[in-house]
Ligand binder design. Structure first.
Ligand SMILES: [Zn+2]
Length: 603
């Protein structure tokens, strides 16, 4: 049914092809399908040792390419915007530490109409306006220890070349044609279907941006022949059940495809803030002899432009070797509001250009405040800088990803954040580390006790690690932390069960058995702390490094997780057994917060 088919609902645009008569309208030529890679999925084999993971048919090395959606650079970012960036950063760090050659791309989407409008309202140049917003994004991401391999801006010159080349390829393939768009346009977002707008006392509005006045457009645009890819998309979804995840989102997207796909507009006429559309209506290049672009050709529609950032970030079109290495992406992480763009439009755009679809798209939910979506326009959002100021960078990363399920909407509050911080970080892990080191210092003069006979934690660890890795690699980040913190609980229970202080008294009274037992228990606790800190390092990188220093270990990974030994080898119980070391003076890793007095200075 067409009404379900796209953002540009039937009846809202009319193809006015007869009067233009400029493009060939043959259906898109069928392309031979690329040789199917073996039907494995890196998100589903968490329980395999990493060396057993077959490398993908397209990548000769163990490489991992993960991206986030790019955010509109029209404001300072809220935590609800950076949430997926923190998640992607964790996944990138996990792969770097495992030894995969990893590329992590994030950045900003700069060509939306409302960016140009806002800049004009402020009397600033659009360029100065976006530069200022991008600086705010970069500062917030730095505060959160985000470690992109590239921060891409859609105004970057290589991206402009990339977007134009993708348009040329689609055109050469017969997938782009001239038509007429008539319908609503949300300046904050793009073309809106009649079914996607609401009537309010102020007029017709888009539900995502109720304060923004919609524009009624009637203009000649170029359209992408999405309808030609319906069958291939259905087949792709059937053959790659984990292409779009989680499952319930996949089913939504599949239902949408089966409802029938409509062609979508890929250009804007008259807009000046955007990437010049490279083709004139007669099919010739819109680039003039002096290198400038004929404004009559219009600009590339902001969504078409934005999606292309993922191939630009892999080296397209300038660096063929890089592109061959990094494409297709292993994982796009996106919000549920833009799942259609990424799981339906984007693969078709890629196929049209002769490229492969990304391997996986993970669709996350929203952060809610009392049931409502957090947003800057509603003012109910958390400023990441406030959260970092109170919880620290590691605390902010941990609490955000622990409190918000990565697969669905979650209600959060400052209260829930501080409670989680105190419970998991200050109490459970912080305390475990602190008392383990304090006791070893007190009873054995700071010599790091070696791992003793299994006090029950070793086998629990093996199980924990398998579950943790499985969940992390399936993007269930909150579940992964939950699994790991069950082990933190087990280690704390060991302290209560063994009562090292009682053993110490017996030792002082000359009981040799008690001394052996005490050394073994403390050795196990110290080893548990090493393993927890290391496994959690993708979430709490700076704290992990500080924990290692307190445990008398060299932290072997760089600030972005690169450069160290293969993580899974290090995560074996007793991997460093027998190495002598001296414990440092314990310092609270996560100072406890007084919940009542720590409401953040709300932005
Ligand atoms: Zn909107």
């Amino acid at each position: 049914m067409q009404a379900l088919a796209s953002d540009h609902q039937a009846g809202w645009y009319v193809f006015d092809v007869s009067t233009r008569g400029v493009v060939s309208f043959g259906s898109a030529p069928a392309r031979p399908r690329a040789a199917a890679p073996p039907s494995h999925c890196t998100c589903r084999i968490g329980l395999w040792p990493s060396r057993l993971i077959p490398s993908g048919a397209m990548s000769p090395v163990d490489r991992y390419y993960v991206t986030t959606a790019i955010a509109y650079a029209n404001n300072k970012p809220g935590l609800h915007t950076l949430y997926e960036v923190i998640g992607a950063d964790v996944i990138a760090r996990w792969h770097r530490m495992k030894g995969d050659e990893t590329r992590f791309l994030t950045g900003t989407d700069e060509h939306s109409v409302n960016i140009a409008q806002k800049a004009a309202e402020l009397g600033e140049s659009t360029r100065a306006f976006v530069d200022e917003k991008v600086a705010l994004f970069r500062a917030a991401e730095a505060a959160l220890l985000i470690s992109p391999d590239r921060f891409i801006r859609t105004s970057d010159p290589d991206h402009i070349r990339s977007a134009q080349e993708m348009v040329r390829r689609a055109y050469a393939n017969g997938d782009i044609y001239l038509g007429k768009y008539e319908g609503w346009y949300c300046p904050a977002e793009g073309f809106k279907a009649g079914s996607d707008v609401i009537e309010t006392p102020e007029g017709t509005r888009c539900p995502n941006h109720p304060t923004v006045a919609l524009e009624w457009l009637s203009e000649q645009n170029w359209f992408f022949r999405l309808s030609a890819y319906q069958e291939r998309l259905e087949k792709h979804f059937a053959e790659h059940p984990d292409f779009a995840q989680p499952d319930y989102r996949r089913n939504e997207m599949l239902g949408f495809i089966r409802g029938g796909l409509e062609d979508f507009s890929v250009s804007r006429s008259g807009a000046t803030w955007g990437i010049p559309f490279p083709i004139m209506p007669d099919g010739s290049s819109s680039q003039r002899a002096d290198g400038t672009w004929d404004p009559a050709a219009g600009t590339i529609y902001v969504w078409y432009d934005a999606l292309i950032n993922y191939v630009t970030g892999a080296g397209f079109p300038d660096d063929q070797a890089a592109f061959a290495k990094w494409w297709p992406a292993d994982l796009h992480i996106v919000g549920k509001d833009i799942a259609r763009f990424h799981t339906i439009y984007w693969p078709a755009m890629l196929w049209s250009a002769g490229m492969d679809a990304p391997r996986h798209v993970w669709i996350h939910g929203f952060l809610l405040a009392q049931g409502e979506r957090m947003s800057k326009s509603l003012g109910n959002f958390l400023d990441p800088l406030d959260v970092v100021a109170t919880l620290g960078a590691d605390g902010a990363r941990y609490v955000t990803l622990r409190e918000v399920a990565f697969d669905r909407d979650t209600d959060v509050s400052w209260d829930s954040f501080t409670r989680r911080y105190n419970a998991d970080l200050a109490n459970d892990f912080g305390n475990l580390l602190n008392r383990s080191i304090s006791m070893a210092n007190r009873y054995f003069g700071g010599v790091r006790p070696s791992v003793g006979p299994d006090a029950g934690l070793a086998s629990a660890w093996t199980e924990t690690l398998a579950g943790y890795q499985d969940r992390l690699e399936r993007c269930l980040l909150s579940d992964a932390l939950c699994t790991l913190w069950e082990f933190v609980g087990a280690a704390n229970r060991l302290v209560e069960a063994e009562q090292p202080w009682t053993l110490a008294k017996a030792m002082k009274a000359g009981d040799a058995g008690a001394e052996t037992r005490l050394k073994a228990v403390l050795g196990d606790l110290v080893e548990a702390c090493r393993l927890i800190a290391l496994a959690a390092a993708p979430f709490i990188p700076a704290a992990a490094s500080r924990a290692f220093a307190q445990l008398g270990y060299e932290y072997p990974y760089g600030a972005d997780g690169n450069g160290g030994p293969a993580l899974l080898d290090e995560l074996h119980w007793g991997a460093h057994a027998g190495e002598a070391g001296q414990l440092a003076t314990p310092e609270p890793l996560f100072p406890r917060l007084e919940a009542e007095s720590t409401t953040p200075a709300e932005g």
